[in-house]
Design a protein around this ligand. Structure first.
Ligand code: FAD
Ligand code: SF4
Ligand code: SF4
Length: 478
């Protein structure tokens, strides 16, 4: 093994080729090329096959990373793929959009010895893309029919991961979603330059072909109450994500030209998918030719600034109230945005939207500094007196994060318990909510999080539902 592995001292870390910023700024295609076979094998061979693999511990799915890296280095690609998909419902998606610098790669031992982490995410993506190309991805095979059904509310990664596992276990599965396409934020939130849409669509197609019923344009709360859904199924999983956008509280925030981030990204994704979007055509949700300011410092803000560049904005500025080191978004995404020409105003917070006749023309911002840590341990931003400045802006995008919607009210289910943050209360072990037979997974339990955690929760919820429906008393009752 040593001959083929442990090459990290001789082989430099290399990611797949990244398209130059000037070339990629005009389209919504992904920015990284595919690994060629030899490069994937070479990069995988850098792994030192740690006895205690911290990469695996820090992957939310506990993927068996060292083993599939070794198989990749040995050219045993089909086996490597089989191993990687055994713990991950969407490896090619995680390989593309996990913030690896904070998860698996951030804990890679060889990086700690100064050699640059193994490119785990790029190899994972390569393996599964290869598997799709070669026909190694098998159709979804339903287990022997159990005569039981599970209803899943939400076709995001949590709902889809649960649906796949439950179908494999022999349940009839119906997925309800208020949108017209399945995928949740994978399809309508995350832009194509991070995750091309055919990558998502081939996954959802496989699930539909495997017998999972998708009921799109079905909004629980509008088209059925939770109780009605519960009466139709032996168990229900709520995986609705978090969609109540936090607002800016400044004068002028109601002006035309001040828009929520998700409306903006959704319109852009729909246009990319070929839909007619009147608010995009009218310019309301389109940055072409505009001076754009995006307020926020998370992944959503990064997706907005980079979308605005691609739509042909005149200028794009990101305003964030803390500094670069303290922003919640991935450092990798900030670097991409900077390469693409985005200006960052660190330590700056909006004070007022400026303009005439209730149309935004600019933004007044306060200069901030970081004060002592607050109760959460993070340094709290404080205003610098006399530090105000103005920016031209005829499009202001609010990307300040998301809270849960009021599900008990929306679903007509006052007995559905929530935490003080509005997320659903679910038992840590059984994943069941306060309503018997109703489970919850993904962002609606964790708050805004990551795709890989939604997948993990969806898989765990499927196992918990299976355990619940397999209890002898429950079997006898049917
Ligand atoms: P969602 O993906 O939000 O799916 C929930 C689904 O439920 C949606 O399809 C919704 O239409 C449906 N739904 C909601 N209410 C109802 C109802 N009443 N009736 C029927 N259907 C309903 N994570 C990463 O790991 N990497 C990234 O690069 C990344 N980028 C992001 C960029 C943006 C712009 C955003 C907003 C998030 C990003 N995230 C990223 C976070 C990630 O997308 C989420 O953590 C993940 O999608 C959560 O999965 P989920 O299944 O819980 O919910
Ligand atoms: Fe890393 Fe994400 Fe893949 Fe886990 S799922 S190995 S964290 S890229
Ligand atoms: Fe390989 Fe890095 Fe994981 Fe160690 S921590 S097994 S070197 S990928």
């Amino acid at each position: 093994m040593a001959e083929r592995m442990l090459k990290f001292t001789a082989v430099e870390r290399e990611t797949p080729a990244k398209r130059p910023a000037a070339a990629r700024g005009g389209d919504f295609h992904e920015i990284y090329a595919d690994f060629i076979d030899a490069k994937a094998a070479e990069q995988a061979s850098r792994c030192s096959q740690c006895g205690v693999p911290f990469c695996q511990t820090h992957c939310p799915l506990h993927n068996n990373i060292p083993d599939w890296l070794r198989m990749t280095a040995e050219g045993r690609l089909q086996e490597a793929y089989a191993l990687s998909q055994a713990t991950n419902s969407m490896p090619e998606i995680c390989g593309r959009i996990c913030p690896q610098d904070r998860l698996c790669e951030g804990s890679c031992t060889i990086e700690q010895s100064g050699h640059g982490t193994v490119t785990i995410g790029a190899v994972e993506r390569y393996l599964t893309d290869k598997a799709w190309e070669e026909g190694w991805v098998q159709p979804l095979c339903a287990g022997p029919d159990r005569g039981r059904s599970v209803g899943i509310v939400g076709a995001g990664p949590a709902g889809l991961a649960a649906a796949e596992r439950l179908r494999e276990a022999g349940y009839a599965v119906t997925v309800y979603d208020r949108h017209d396409r399945a995928g949740g934020l994978l399809i309508y939130g995350i832009p194509g330059f991070k995750l091309e849409k055919d990558v998502v669509e081939r996954r959802t197609r496989r699930l539909a072909e495997g017998g999972i019923e998708f009921r799109q344009n079905f909004e629980v709360g509008r088209d059925a109450t939770l109780a009605e859904l519960r009466a139709q199924h032996d168990a229900v999983l709520i995986a609705t994500g978090v969609y109540a956008a936090r607002d800016m509280v400044v004068p002028g925030v109601g002006s035309a030209g001040v828009i929520p981030a998700l409306d903006y990204l959704l319109a852009s994704n729909r246009v990319g998918l070929g839909d007619a979007v009147p608010a995009y055509q009218s310019g309301e949700l389109n940055a072409a030719g505009k001076s754009v300011v995006v307020v926020g410092g998370g992944d959503t803000a990064m997706d907005c600034v980079r979308t605005a560049v691609r739509q042909g904005a005149k200028s794009v500025t990101c305003l964030y109230r803390r500094d670069r080191a303290n922003m919640p978004g991935s450092a990798r995404e900030v670097a991409h945005a900077e390469e693409e020409g985005v200006t960052f105003e660190w330590l700056a917070a909006p004070r007022a939207v400026l303009g005439e006749a209730e149309r935004a023309a600019g933004l007044r911002a306060a200069r901030m500094r970081l004060g002592p840590p607050d109760a959460t341990g993070r340094q709290a931003p404080e205003e610098v007196e006399g530090g105000d400045f103005e920016l031209a802006a005829d499009l202001v995008i609010k990307a300040l994060g998301f809270d849960p919607e009021d599900l008990p009210a929306l679903f007509g289910a006052e007995d559905l318990a929530v935490t003080r943050w509005g997320t659903l209360k679910a038992d840590f072990k059984t994943m069941m909510t306060s309503i018997p037979g109703v489970f919850a997974a993904g962002d609606i339990v964790r708050g805004a999080s990551l795709v890989v955690w939604a997948i993990r929760d969806g898989r765990d919820a499927a196992d918990a539902i299976h355990t619940y429906l397999s209890q002898p008393a429950r079997m006898a009752a049917e």
